[in-house]
Design a protein around this ligand. Structure first.
Ligand code: ZN
Length: 161
């Protein structure tokens, strides 16, 4: 017998035809804790709007929010290190929260960050700003990140939760 919880939270059960329905119910009940845990995990995952207009509106809104959080940091990096991002992009990415091209000065942030707490957004922004100076994740990069945002590890953990 196979039980799956789909993206919309619905539960699907595959059982051989000879299994009585009371047996199926009994087996599904025995998996109740697992099913609920799966559904809870899915609820946490933000669902982006599927329509193009809706998605574009969200991206614009996200951009405003991100730039607002970034503003004091951009100012600080400019003053302290003489670097500044040339372009900001917000787009949906599946494997990372942000990226930075030190060659073009473009910082890209994941649309999904919109649903995360501000301090997590701030962590990603500072992380990407550090890449303007140190393109890779070398010692220099982490020293700078640590200096600018001493509790970055806690925020990264929160972002993963
Ligand atoms: Zn990085």
């Amino acid at each position: 017998m196979g039980i799956t919880v789909r993206k919309d939270g619905s539960v699907h059960v595959r059982a051989p035809f000879w299994l009585s329905s009371s047996e199926v119910i009994r087996m599904v009940s025995s998996k109740a804790a697992w099913i609920q845990a799966r559904q809870k995990a899915l609820e946490k995952e933000p669902v982006l709007p599927s329509g193009k207009t809706e998605l574009n509106r969200l991206r614009k809104e996200a951009m405003l929010k991100f730039l607002d959080i970034a503003a004091p940091w951009v100012e600080q990096f400019k003053k302290k290190y003489g670097v500044e991002p040339k372009k900001w992009t917000v787009r949906t990415m599946n494997t990372r929260w942000g990226s930075c091209s030190s060659a073009t000065g473009r910082i890209t942030l994941n649309t999904k960050l919109y649903y995360k707490p501000d301090e997590c957004v701030e962590y990603v922004i500072v992380h990407e700003l550090c890449h303007l100076i140190h393109p890779d994740h070398g010692k220099g990069f982490y020293a700078l990140l640590e200096k600018e945002l001493p509790e970055w590890k806690r925020r990264r953990k929160q972002l993963k939760a």
